[in-house]
Write a protein that binds this ligand. Structure first.
Ligand code: PEP
Length: 250
């Protein structure tokens, strides 16, 4: 099965000219990759131009965030429907950097439901801020899943990519140990089974947090994950190409 690689460009690059260059290089890398499917989440301002100029099938597009309401007085926000109209078929929801700005599990829950209603695929991010020996991180993740998936019909779960991104590994030098990720993947499925029944067993789980060409292979082999949410290594075309090449060796 091919790995799902989500390139979260965040608020990069600074100009449209550089966005086109980055996309062109990542398009080539994605089209040469045998073992990955690629989803690019550019800043929303670049989305329509990038997607309308792309004719291939290997890359899909994602929003980095969206408002749950369809239209309205929400200055500075964009809606899921607007993103879909610009050819985004996925949407990041509940990214740790949005949660730090005040996004709550309840906001995330509404966005997940709104995305599913539009037939967009939520890339639902969960994960603790910090980790101690106490095991409290499991309860943090359980609570996030319980609230954010509470109203999702069991049959719709297959349309969600649950992404475990512990805050302490995002943008840092530390990454998760694949064995611990494996444990977390099992735990996430168990929580979803408790909530929604057997369909939880087949959830697709991604990992995010300092993924690069050096750690991706071990994570795919031993972490029980279907792919990655990639920040820094996706804003540099060379590193992104190396990551896809590493995944090709699995
Ligand atoms: C992210 O922000 O989703 C992320 C995983 O970033 P990085 O790969 O840079 O840690």
């Amino acid at each position: 099965m091919k790995a799902i690689v989500v390139a979260n460009w965040k608020m990069n690059p600074a100009t449209w000219r550089d966005a086109k260059k980055l996309f062109e290089a990542e398009r080539k890398a994605a089209e040469g990759a045998k073992n990955s499917v690629v989803i690019i989440a550019p800043p929303a301002i670049y989305l329509r131009d990038l997607s309308s100029g792309y004719r291939g099938k290997k890359i899909s597009f994602a929003l980095q965030n969206a408002h749950a309401e369809a239209v309205g007085a929400h200055t500075g926000d964009i809606s899921l429907a607007q993103g879909k109209d610009a050819r985004a078929s996925y949407v990041l929801i509940g990214h740790a950097e949005r949660r730090e700005l005040g996004e709550t599990d309840d906001d995330v829950r509404k966005k997940v439901l709104a995305a599913l209603a539009l037939k967009m695929i939520p890339i639902l991010c969960v994960g603790e801020k910090e980790r101690t020996q106490s095991g409290a991180h499991f309860e943090v993740v359980r609570a996030q899943l319980r609230t954010t998936l509470a109203e999702v019909a069991p049959a719709a779960l297959k349309n969600i990519l649950v992404t475990y991104e512990p805050r302490w590994t995002i943008g840092k030098d530390t990454t998760m140990n694949p064995r611990e990720m494996h444990e977390m993947s099992i735990f996430i499925r168990k929580c979803i089974v408790e909530l929604s029944g057997d369909t939880g067993h087949s959830m697709k789980i991604l990992y995010g947090g300092s993924v690069d060409e050096k750690n991706a292979v071990a994570m795919l082999q031993h972490g029980d994950v279907r792919g990655f949410l990639v920040g820094r290594a996706s804003k540099n075309a060379l590193e992104f190409a190396k990551l896809l090449q590493a995944i090709d060796t699995v």
